[in-house]
Design a protein around this ligand. Sequence first.
Ligand SMILES: CC(C)(COP(=O)(O)OP(=O)(O)OC[C@H]1O[C@@H](n2cnc3c(N)ncnc32)[C@H](O)[C@@H]1OP(=O)(O)O)[C@@H](O)C(=O)NCCC(=O)NCCS
Length: 190
Amino acid sequence: MNEAAARASDEPVLVRPSRESDVEAMLAIYRHHVRNGVPRDEGTGAPEPDDLRERRKNLKQTRLPHLVATWRGEVVGYAYAVLFRKRPAYRYTAKHSIYVHHAHLGRGVGRLLLQELIDACAAAGFRQMIGYIDADNAPSLALHGRFGFARAGLLSGVAYRHGRWSDTVMVQRSLGAGTTTPPPVTAPGR
Ligand SMILES: CC(C)(COP(=O)(O)OP(=O)(O)OC[C@H]1O[C@@H](n2cnc3c(N)ncnc32)[C@H](O)[C@@H]1OP(=O)(O)O)[C@@H](O)C(=O)NCCC(=O)NCCS
């Protein structure tokens, strides 16, 4: 690595709320992982730009975080949370997703995004965070373990991809007071 490249790689990765202008970069990251077989929970196709735009708009209205990580001004990863379930009883539980650009894996971007996402969900008043992770996805399982997510269950053979059935691991961690106190009168996202 020459001196200029070494200096550039010292530049920090920054995390901030996503913007409309980030949508194409987020989709490119997502499409690459889908093409290369990373498990997803989005149905059969990659989301179209309008889906992602719509989701961002909805999340903004409900104060759910939708974040990007940038390095030298480029989007190198993103993470967001949605409500675990839409029914009112579940309004204190968020379910999240996280994707890092394939050229920037293993450099701490996922760690930064997940920390910010946890902090943002806690600040918004959520009490539980849930992730669904393919049982073969060692990096994601390790990342979540590092942040205190415990295995909450295993869904056997719930996905069929690459010619075989795959299991999904459910991971969970509590936020803030967790289940030790009742929720405040105002629900998150209301
Ligand atoms: C999972 C993912 C978000 C991790 O992002 P990342 O930026 O590469 O991870 P980081 O460099 O921040 O590493 C954080 C921790 O993750 C774990 N990890 C990352 N890469 C790993 C690998 N190849 N093998 C095992 N553990 C790994 C480690 O615990 C690491 O902590 P450490 O550096 O202290 O050992 C990334 O691999 C990714 O985007 N994968 C494709 C999409 C995906 O699977 N998303 C999750 C769906 S549930």
